[in-house]
Design a protein around this ligand. Structure first.
Ligand SMILES: [Zn+2]
Length: 360
């Protein structure tokens, strides 16, 4: 969490920040040090005249707290519950707020435009706010044929339909992303190098041109409406489009953001979630983890969507076997999407793939 969010949280918890100090450097971990809020309960003298309680400031991720006097420590987003326990107050709403803020910080990490990797911070910010010129798309050659895609049964003309490009410098397949008005918004690039070469410097998926993942789905350009088949990954997306569902969407990351939920609600189309068949896929939909590592479903913010538009979950034959839509054959994908419809108690529907839904 960034400092402003941390201070907002402290304010909500009625923790005064009268005396504070900072430690650490801007590049490394920074700490905001304040008087320990647990002092009345855990400190011998009942007060903390030093700023013994440190909170990590982390603009792009989780924050932790630790008291050097009484030794209490943990995730900052879990602080409301813990403090509420001592104070006999119900801070569950504040805790939910803190978890959301933490999630936001994690998924809204500044994205890297590799050309600007080593430029100064301010320049990157400026770049991120400027809209990428549509001409950027022409800088990269079209993908004509790529063994990587053939190995995954993505065949011609799907790369053309998706407008895939190639960055030979980084060996990445570039998927152009379009905003809700159909304007080009940047690329997300999938490395075709061996998975062993993936690292922080060479991640499997890297975004280009300041892609704002929080409010973007990967989808075909143009304003169409129809049942949206929502998956996680780029290859999943390609495979589902190839199977004949041009309204395929990929969530570009592992979590649905509140911004994306707003878009889905506003567009109002039925939604089919075709997530990876693993725990992470379902977590993205059904809940958040609490500080004890338990899944809490009662405050799953995604449930708002379920009340507003028809939502189907595409069921797998075997639970949690680790498969994803991209690894399935087209016949199976078609059957599973149709099953999702039946699964919810609807009559058989042959026209889920009406001719007008088919790709040209
Ligand atoms: Zn303490």
């Amino acid at each position: 969490m960034d400092e402003k969010t941390v201070r907002d949280l402290l304010f909500q918890l009625k923790i005064p920040v009268q005396k504070h100090s900072y430690s650490g450097s801007k590049e490394r971990t920074r700490w905001l040090n304040i008087s320990c809020p647990f002092a009345p309960f855990t400190h011998q003298r009942g007060s903390d005249t030093n700023p013994s309680f440190g909170i990590t400031i982390n603009d792009a991720g989780k924050s932790n707290y630790k008291c050097l006097a009484c030794g209490l420590k943990g995730r900052l987003s879990a602080l409301p519950s813990r403090l509420g326990g001592y104070r006999k107050e119900d801070y569950s709403r504040i805790r939910h707020w803190a978890e959301m803020a933490e999630l936001q910080a994690t998924i809204s990490k500044p994205v890297v435009d590799w050309e600007n990797d080593h430029t100064h911070d301010e320049q990157t910010d400026e770049h991120r706010n400027s809209k990428p010129a549509h001409a950027a798309i022409k800088r990269y050659p079209r993908i004509v044929s790529l063994p990587y895609l053939r190995d995954r049964n993505i065949r011609w003309p799907t790369p053309l339909t998706l407008g895939l490009r190639f960055d030979s410098y980084q060996s990445r397949i570039l998927f152009p992303c379009y905003d809700r008005h159909g304007a080009f918004a940047g690329f997300t690039g999938r490395s075709i190098r061996h998975p062993r070469t993936y690292s922080k410097k060479n991640p499997k998926v890297r975004d280009y041109l300041g892609l704002d993942k929080r409010k973007l789905f990967l989808r075909l350009p143009g304003r169409r409406s129809g049942p949206k088949i929502i998956s996680e990954g780029l290859i999943d997306f390609a495979k589902i489009v190839q199977t004949g569902f041009p309204y395929a969407h990929a969530i570009l990351g592992t979590a649905l953001t509140p911004e994306k939920i707003d878009i889905l609600i506003e567009e109002g189309d039925p939604v089919y979630f075709f997530m990876d068949n693993d725990l992470a896929g379902w977590q993205a939909l059904f809940g958040v983890f609490n500080g004890d590592g338990e899944l809490e479903v009662d405050n799953a913010w995604a449930f708002r969507l379920y009340r507003e538009v028809p939502v189907w979950i595409v069921p797998y034959d075997t639970p949690l076997d680790g498969t994803d839509p991209g690894s399935l054959d087209e016949k199976t994908i078609r059957r599973m999407i149709s099953n999702a419809w039946l699964f919810m108690g609807n009559p058989p529907l042959d026209d889920l793939m009406e001719p007008h839904l088919m790709l040209p």
